[in-house]
Design a protein around this ligand. Structure first.
Ligand SMILES: Cc1ncc(C[n+]2csc(CCOP(=O)(O)OP(=O)(O)O)c2C)c(N)n1
Length: 277
């Protein structure tokens, strides 16, 4: 456990993410914020890594398959010392190390290039399989969106991973109930996601994905299950933790400028101050 609590780290990641996207003036903020509590728990309290040696062979890996949540991952990596925090000011600009979507060849600490939805499922399974074949005691963590589950590739992976007994693979579904252009239930209703995973041979849990303690506890349960991969459905809110963003229904990719940006920053700062008080 690091010296900062998971709750406080999540608040720090939110603040840095808003400032980072604000420097660019627009970005995929809704789905970055809904995944922030997960990202915070993973980097603050769960994953084995060394920021001075991002390619350490036995490190745990995160495949952020919803690669548009990159800005929140970058904020966590910067706060943990993978690269200078000033890099956050260059998000998605020419020559940057921090593109809008995750790229393992550009950013220290990013474990897999993502952005084409669904593909991270396959690559995470490959990573987890390789960890097993290499005799490593490491985990691969995968995060997809809920809209992303419309990709058939996700379900091929869901079918395959249990056949390989990948108990070092933990798949989080950021079930924020919205996708790019509307509510998930209006586009393709996913119904009971955890039950679907169970029927494919996974251990499955469904939890409050905005509760850092619940996330940590669910990961511990997942790690105690042997012989099968685990799915954890995170019931979240798109834009979570920043009221200005939460209140915009279509907040998948929005401008973040002027008074709106100032309001969002002030809300993040107030959230952080409340935790520190
Ligand atoms: C294969 C593919 N098709 C379409 C897109 C464009 N796209 C980017 S994000 C997105 C919506 C994803 O929704 P969801 O998985 O629910 O993400 P979240 O709400 O968590 O941001 C779409 C369609 C893409 N990146 N990849």
């Amino acid at each position: 456990m690091s010296e900062v609590s998971n709750k406080k780290f999540a608040a720090q990641v939110r603040l840095e993410t808003i400032k980072e996207v604000g420097k660019r003036g627009f970005g995929h903020i809704g789905g970055a914020l809904s995944a922030t509590d997960l990202i915070a728990v993973l980097y603050n309290d769960v994953m084995n890594y060394d920021p001075k040696d991002p390619n350490k062979v036995d490190r745990d890996k995160l495949v952020m398959s919803k690669g548009h949540a990159g800005p929140a991952v970058y904020a966590a990596l910067a706060l943990k010392g993978f690269f200078p925090i000033e890099w956050l000011d260059t998000l998605n600009q020419p020559g940057t190390h921090l593109p809008s979507h995750c790229d393992k060849n550009l950013t220290p600490g990013i474990d897999m290039t993502t952005g084409s939805l669904g593909q991270g499922v396959s690559t995470s399974i490959g990573l987890a399989l390789a960890q097993k074949l290499d005799g490593l005691d490491s985990y691969t963590y995968l995060c997809t969106g809920d809209g992303e589950l419309d990709e058939g590739q996700c379900w091929e992976g869901a079918l395959f991973a249990p056949s390989q007994n990948l108990d070092n693979l933990i798949w989080f579904v950021d079930y924020n109930k919205r996708q790019l252009d509307g509510a998930t239930e209006d586009i393709i209703d996913l119904l009971n996601v955890a039950a679907k995973f169970e029927s494919f041979g996974w251990h499955a849990q469904s939890i409050d994905g905005g509760d850092v303690d619940a996330i940590k506890a669910a990961i511990e349960v997942a790690k105690s299950v042997k012989g099968k991969p685990s799915a954890i459905v995170l019931n979240t809110t798109k834009g979570a933790g920043v009221k200005y963003v939460e209140d915009i229904f279509m907040n998948h990719h929005i401008p973040l400028v002027d008074e709106g940006l100032a309001e969002a920053i002030a809300q993040c700062e107030a959230g952080l101050a409340a935790i520190e008080a």
